[in-house]
Design a protein around this ligand. Sequence first.
Ligand SMILES: Cc1cc2nc3c(=O)[nH]c(=O)nc-3n(C[C@H](O)[C@H](O)[C@H](O)COP(=O)(O)OP(=O)(O)OC[C@H]3O[C@@H](n4cnc5c(N)ncnc54)[C@H](O)[C@@H]3O)c2cc1C
Length: 454
Amino acid sequence: MPSTEATNGIKGTNASSLKHGDEDIVIVGGSLGGLFAGVALKSHGYNTTILERTPTFLLENQGAGIVAGGDTIDFFNKYDRTGKPVAVPSFKRLYLNKKGDVIHEEVNRQNMTSWDLAYYLLRANYDRVYSDYLQGGKLPEQRPKDGKVNYRYGCTVTDIIDQRERVLVKFTRQDDSGNQVEDHLTTKLLIAADGPSSTIRSFLEPQIKRTYAGYVVIRGTVPETEASEASLSVFKERFCFFHAPGTQNLTYTIAGENGTTEPGKRLLNFVWYANFPEGSPELEKLMTDKDGRRRHITIPPGKIAWEAWEMLKSKADEILPPQMAEMAHKTKTPFVQCITDVISPKNLYMGDKVVLVGDALAGFRPHTVASTSQAAFDVMSLVKWLDGEIDRREFVKRVMEYARDVQAKGVRIGNRSQFETLEVKEYIEDRNMMSTPHKDIVFPEWTREGLDEI
Ligand SMILES: Cc1cc2nc3c(=O)[nH]c(=O)nc-3n(C[C@H](O)[C@H](O)[C@H](O)COP(=O)(O)OP(=O)(O)OC[C@H]3O[C@@H](n4cnc5c(N)ncnc54)[C@H](O)[C@@H]3O)c2cc1C
């Protein structure tokens, strides 16, 4: 049945049952998407509990550069109270040929941040976690109208059950003696920010699987002081690209330790897409970690097998421009991720008591540089719906047309880049298309098909 009214008892402006009461909105996943939700909801007076499966205080430092899209910047402009800049701007894009010569140059502002800087600024805003990333900013004070917050580690959600008015959220956690125990919570609203392999989505849409796209991304960082003059001259404060059949490499400057943007203390971040066909011996070798375990999607920093890394370095020497091959040789903690596709047909479930956001809703290919922005946008739209600024129909439309459009574009430009041989200008056009500001995107009609049924 088409519906435009929320059925979770929240109903737009009637959010009082969630606001400032004892009720907690439960957020599954405490990475950037979950923290966006926590920070925004806190600031609008909602109480939240974040359940994060990672057992330790800090999520594994992803040590990776992130292109901060417009919605990410909008989110920080709106909700950040630390006053610390989240991004380093880069003003130029360079394209290299195999010899390492610059073959194209254009002015194009892009904001670079890093996963850990964004994470720590969000933690400071959510539950006032102090870190050295706050240098130059401040730890925000709690305001009287802020909602209550609770970030719980080591809590792995194992099931959700529709109980008409509420959702029962089952999870496991460690008790004081270190034993795994079962626990549960109930809530009127559960936000699934549990990433592209979302457990919550798998309960709701078990037939939807993450599928391998036929190539991987190899990532790593090198301190700018360790780079040669030849490399620094192209990478410093630049966004630098290289394309060849089956390969794409991007290298750029990001903030260094503790988020410092001081020249000399920053990092060069390299991102190298390379084809590894499904089922090939090379893929098996690459994805088998140093302990002999075949990893499904990610080889985290420090886990790559020596033979696999040697294989990648030889490949780098063979196909990359010398400056980019140098980065592959100099990085100390490379990590590898299989590129995958996934999208859910809907963002609302269980009578609007469960909402998927960010990668849990749609896992974009990284060429879109829009994943973090999607999470920020979904959350800002959700808060507008809860506060009655937009209605349910508008909320669904905004979030779904964006998810569908960007997900499809990512598949298209990713496949063109990895599996076709194009003129440099075509790669540039694809990339520039992904830089279109969100407000200027004209979403095709098909992205709205069937939304009234959600
Ligand atoms: C190396 C790297 C580089 C990236 N580069 C870019 C970039 O350039 N631009 C960009 O926009 N984005 C980039 N991204 C993506 C970006 O970081 C994510 O899109 C963003 O963090 C939002 O993701 P998310 O919070 O929705 O999901 P995730 O970051 O995947 O987080 C999901 C969280 O849920 C937790 N979780 C999962 N299952 C459960 C469960 N059952 N119970 C409890 N907790 C659970 C996980 O432990 C994790 O903390 C990059 C990501 C990585 C890893």
